[in-house]
Design a protein around this ligand. Structure first.
Ligand code: SF4
Length: 511
């Protein structure tokens, strides 16, 4: 969202943000009008993803250029980008990269436009949009984005595109195709609702922005998160209760309960039956709020054990063995081919009872395979000495990653199968969740560290970012730093630069 003079200019992200969170739209409006500052947080992981996205787009353009197409790239930094795009369409280039599209209050940068047969106001050809994406599954947001480009193209060329294309990595650049006609009605409804929202009066400040920020999935990646989090803390918002569901928040709002302290003080048994969800689940979050409130008031780590239930919580813990292993994998889930595990770390006791830590680093696929094999072999070796030993981990990532590694490298299949069938892996997150109630707003391992006296020297988020970055640099996924615009390894099929922006034309072209 932007202002051009006094007129607003909207982009595809404004529509997808609107679908994700209406409060976000209110905040973006304030920022566009200079009434709020958009938070800026340096995030190397985000830069890496952007870098990979650009690499993927360049690889696709090179692929297209190899099939002897006439390819032109629009210079995004040039003030004539829109005119250049329309000029390229009129000239009938086969492929237009970084096309600037505009109509009315809507604008966007299409990754690629491809020329197809069909009548348009330019002649017996027209254009259809292509987006290059890293995600394996095409998301709704991508289709909304493509629909906007298709709609803008329809205005510019006087003919609707038929096909929307998405190019994801690893399929020889074969695009996934979607018919615009199947999505256009929904797209127009979303745009209509967005435009109606924008007609509402502008809030005076962030604090007055409506509707209230209700936590949603998008919060995890939202740049405004620190702003909303501050507001939730100030308001003691009921979403601060660990594990509370959206439907429960809605239910409680009808009871007039909107704060953590308010929920903690709801009498038991509950004064009424909830319209949504079960009584038991609501009692659970009420009790969770009570313990969190107690921890806040006393300033001490507070917890209580839950009633013993056979096979659950602490009762699910096996007998300890001196040969037990405590395992933690670190991986980059965004890496190509479904993720990459670069650190296989595990703690164990040696023959003298001392706690040792083994770290198996993997910076190449070969090393990842070897680390996986060495880990399985180490578990089996200890199991050979004590079949009652177990491997403890926190949350289900480790067994899931090992199944993936076994499939990817076709190795240690029988061994892993044997370990899984014998229930050697024990998820301590499940044990904690079912075994005790702690005065924390999340049961992530970081939030539980004060209970066993661990004081970190380095902030965990900072450390894991650095770790991810270091591994990506080593593996070559992050070769030139965030400022690099084009890969040095790129080979142009034909490097015939037409002219530069300074001379008023449209950047570089291949044929
Ligand atoms: S942090 Fe969450 S609630 Fe706040 S604007 Fe972003 S998505 Fe909306």
């Amino acid at each position: 969202m932007d202002l051009r003079g006094n007129k607003p200019l909207f982009f595809a992200t404004d529509l997808t943000n609107f679908l994700a969170c209406r409060h976000l739209t209110a905040l973006e409006r304030l920022a566009a009008h200079g009434l709020a500052r958009r938070p800026v947080a340096a995030d190397p992981m985000l830069e890496i993803l952007q870098e990979r996205g650009l690499d993927h787009e360049r690889a696709y353009v090179q692929h297209v250029a190899r099939s002897a197409s006439r390819v032109v790239e629009i210079d995004r930094h040039c003030s004539t980008a829109f005119d250049d795009t329309v000029g390229a369409m009129r000239d009938g280039w086969d492929v237009i990269v970084q096309a600037r599209l505009e109509h009315g209050v809507w604008a966007g940068w299409a990754d690629v436009l491809v020329r197809v047969d069909g009548q348009s106001r330019f002649g017996p050809w027209r254009y259809e949009p292509v987006e290059t994406k890293l995600a394996k599954e095409t998301r709704g947001a991508t289709l909304i984005q493509l629909c906007l480009y298709a709609d803008l193209l329809a205005e510019l060329q006087g003919a609707e595109p038929e096909v929307l294309r998405v190019v994801v990595p690893g399929r020889d650049f074969e695009p996934e195709c979607y018919r615009f006609a199947e999505f256009s009605a929904y797209f127009r409804l979303v745009r209509h609702n967005f435009e109606a929202e924008i007609e509402k009066p502008l809030a005076a400040s962030i604090e007055a922005a409506e509707p209230y920020p209700e936590p949603v999935a998008h919060c995890e990646v939202c740049r405004w998160y620190p702003v909303c989090e501050k507001r939730w803390i100030k308001d003691d918002h009921v979403s601060r209760v660990a594990g509370i569901q959206k439907s429960q928040r809605k239910e409680l709002a009808t009871w007039g309960v909107t704060t953590l302290a308010g929920l903690a003080q709801v009498p038991l048994p509950l004064p009424r039956k909830p319209d949504r969800g079960s009584i038991e689940a609501l009692v659970r979050v009420r009790e969770q709020a009570r313990v969190q409130l107690e921890a806040r008031v006393t300033g001490r780590p507070t917890y209580e054990l839950l009633e013993v239930e056979e096979g659950h919580g602490l009762a699910a813990l096996p007998e300890p063995s001196p040969l037990d292993i405590f395992l933690d994998l670190e991986g980059d889930r965004q890496a190509e081919n479904g993720g990459f595990d670069y650190l296989f770390g595990y703690a164990f006791r040696d023959g003298g009872g001392r706690i040792c830590y083994e770290k198996l680093w993997a910076l190449t696929p070969d090393e990842e395979k070897q680390a996986f094999e060495r880990l399985i072999d180490a578990i089996l070796e200890r199991r050979g000495h004590d079949p009652a030993m177990h491997v403890y981990h926190y949350a289900p990532y480790e067994p899931t990653a090992m199944k993936r590694l076994m499939g990817r490298y076709a190795t240690r299949a029988d061994e892993l199968d044997q370990l899984l069938r014998a229930e050697v892996f024990v998820d301590l997150y499940r044990v904690v969740r079912k075994g005790l109630r702690a005065g924390v707003d999340s049961y992530s391992i970081k939030k539980l560290e004060p209970f066993y006296g661990l004081a970190r020297e380095v902030d965990l988020r900072k450390a894991s970012r650095q770790l991810s970055l270091a591994s990506l640099v080593s593996t070559g996924s992050y070769r030139h730093g965030p400022k690099r615009l084009w890969p040095s390894t790129r080979t142009r099929t034909t490097a015939s630069r037409l002219s530069s922006c300074a001379s008023g034309s449209r950047g570089c072209a291949w044929r």
